[in-house]
Design a binder for this molecule. Structure first.
Ligand SMILES: Nc1ncnc2c1ncn2[C@@H]1O[C@H](COP(=O)(O)OP(=O)(O)OP(=O)(O)O)[C@@H](O)[C@H]1O
Ligand SMILES: [Mg+2]
Length: 509
């Protein structure tokens, strides 16, 4: 299954953008080749070309020395190249098995072909330790499992070269470990993995070689053993990126968000948040740490107003909003950076400027007598694009044409735009490149410095430690500990997150 891939002078233009500019890359068989670079550098576009989704304007692709042309992903698949996209492409209301065999049935004989497929898949899942529930409907699966389905689907269809576009941005640190083990298994069996990520630590861990892209060009290529996070960051951004923050001091403002004895049930009626109480004050960043699936996301959804509470109360600036709509909570000064920014709070078909204005249309500043003041709106939108470094050809392109990270930045920009009184931020730097991560973190701190209150829920313990005045740890729907960042360590938080008690007087509520 030798599969050496050569990309020669690959060039791709979109209206107003040169996404890839004479890109050269050699990807050796049986290796993990990482591609890193800032948001909008051209990584996904390049891989979309290699996987047949887009055709290059110029340049050529060679597979084992032979020039190929892919009109569509199916043709690329026939040459053993498969891709798992930043946004998954599964049919949500079909089962896993149907998604995998859709259009690739082993024979036309109905039942028989399904049982053949099932057997082949069982072997495959065993070989790579990638179990997926074949008879479950896709929409019932957590994202990490959906991703695994995409990987199994590509392997079933014969991928020898597997392209993973930011696979870990939807995974918890624990789930990432499982993925890395699978990647090692794939490579040890002669497969090739192309791995895109903004997390340089994991790139160094998993890759053999690394290509660095900037503004559509490859600006460096080196073996992972010769690279450090610092050298990669400098190549990517063109300057040193300082990731050090001084943790904020002790704020003593008025309570902005008060959650009292709140209980939330999930769709099956199980209590996923149990009697949780806490207060976030003006000027404070309260961090919530926890292993995904311990109630944090339901806690956030209840505070934002997306799911009802079962008991308890929520106050924003002393107003009872327990039963209020999302809209009313926003009017009370709440802003929300959701975890799933590709879909929540975005309209991909609408122009970027409309997405940036979403939720503010009726502000007096932006409309008069029911008409938008287009000049003011345009200035507002272009100011956000400049401040947040959102890479786009114009304000008028559909938001969905932005690169993954630039769309994320747009949502963050909108929610931070008018100085929120209360910011609920879920993994605010997921999918965002290192330069922009630094910027977004400063913005979050500025909300607090300006007298706002921030509730930060993040998978990234370093992020929680760096930005929070105070950290609550959640485990099985309860707050199991409270720590000041200066008085704890990632190890201690890790133990609390795993449900193991440590020293301390605040615990055991
Ligand atoms: N379908 C499209 N139509 C118009 N422009 C596009 C399209 N796809 C990508 N672009 C533009 O091409 C450039 C490169 O985007 P690409 O998605 O390749 O970046 P990326 O390196 O993957 O970034 P990220 O890290 O944010 O995912 C961006 O400026 C983007 O807006
Ligand atoms: Mg991308």
């Amino acid at each position: 299954m030798q599969k050496e891939i050569r990309l020669e002078n690959i060039t791709k233009r979109f209206p107003g953008v040169l996404a890839d500019d004479h890109v050269n890359m050699i990807i050796s068989a049986g290796t993990v080749h990482a591609v890193v670079g800032e948001n909008g550098a051209g990584k996904s576009t390049l891989m979309n070309i290699l996987s047949g989704l887009y055709q290059p304007d110029d340049g050529r692709i060679l597979v084992d020395g032979e020039q190929v042309r892919f009109e569509n992903p199916r043709q690329a698949m026939r040459r053993g190249i498969g891709m798992v996209h930043q946004e998954f492409m599964l049919v949500r209301n079909l089962t896993v098995l149907d998604n995998i065999i859709l259009g690739f049935e082993p024979s036309r004989a109905g039942m028989i072909s399904r049982s053949v497929a099932r057997r082949v898949l069982k072997d495959l899942m065993n070989a790579y330790k990638l179990d997926v529930p074949l008879d479950e409907t896709v929409e019932r699966l957590p994202v990490s499992m959906q991703q695994r389905v995409e990987i199994v689907k590509a392997l079933y269809r014969g991928a020898d070269v597997l392209i993973l576009d930011e696979p870990t941005s939807v995974l918890t640190p624990q789930e990432s470990r499982v993925l890395f083990a699978a990647i090692r298994e794939l490579v040890s069996r002669g497969k090739t993995v192309i791995f895109i990520s903004h997390k340089l630590g994991e790139v160094l861990e998993v890759a053999d070689r690394i290509s660095v892209m900037r503004d559509g060009r490859v600006v460096g290529e080196l073996p992972a053993s010769d690279a450090t996070e610092r050298t990669l960051a400098r190549l990517m951004v063109g300057r040193d990126v300082l990731m050090n923050f001084t943790p904020p001091g002790k704020p003593q403002g008025d309570p902005v968000l008060e959650v009292k004895e709140m209980t939330v049930k999930d769709a099956r009626g199980l209590e996923v948040v149990k009697q949780v109480s806490f207060t976030v004050h003006a000027g404070e960043v309260l961090g919530i740490a926890g292993v995904a699936g311990n109630g944090q996301s339901e806690l956030v959804k209840a505070i934002v107003g997306l799911v009802p509470t079962c008991s308890g109360s929520i106050h924003i600036s002393r107003r009872d909003v327990t039963k209020a709509s999302v809209k009313h909570r926003r009017q009370a000064g709440m802003r929300y950076i959701p975890q799933d920014r590709a879909w929540v709070g975005t309209c991909r078909q609408s122009a970027l400027w409309k997405n940036l204005l979403m939720g503010y249309e009726h502000y007096r500043k932006f409309s008069r007598f029911g008409l938008l003041r287009l000049d003011v709106v345009r200035r507002f939108a272009s100011d956000l694009v400049a401040r947040f470094g959102i890479k786009t050809a114009s304000l008028y392109v559909p938001a969905g044409t932005l690169s993954g990270g630039n769309l994320q930045k747009a949502i963050v920009a909108r929610e931070l735009a008018l100085g929120p009184r209360l910011l609920i931020a879920e993994d605010p730097t997921r999918g965002i490149d290192i330069g922009a991560t630094e910027f977004v973190r400063r913005q979050v701190l500025q909300v607090a410095e300006g007298g706002g209150a921030v509730l930060l829920v993040s998978q990234d313990l370093q992020e929680v430690m760096a930005l929070s005045n105070r950290i609550l740890v959640m485990h099985k729907g309860q707050i199991v500990g409270e720590r000041m960042p200066a008085e704890t360590t990632e190890e201690e938080l890790g133990l609390l997150m795993a449900g193991r008690a440590t020293r301390g007087t605040h615990d055991g509520r």
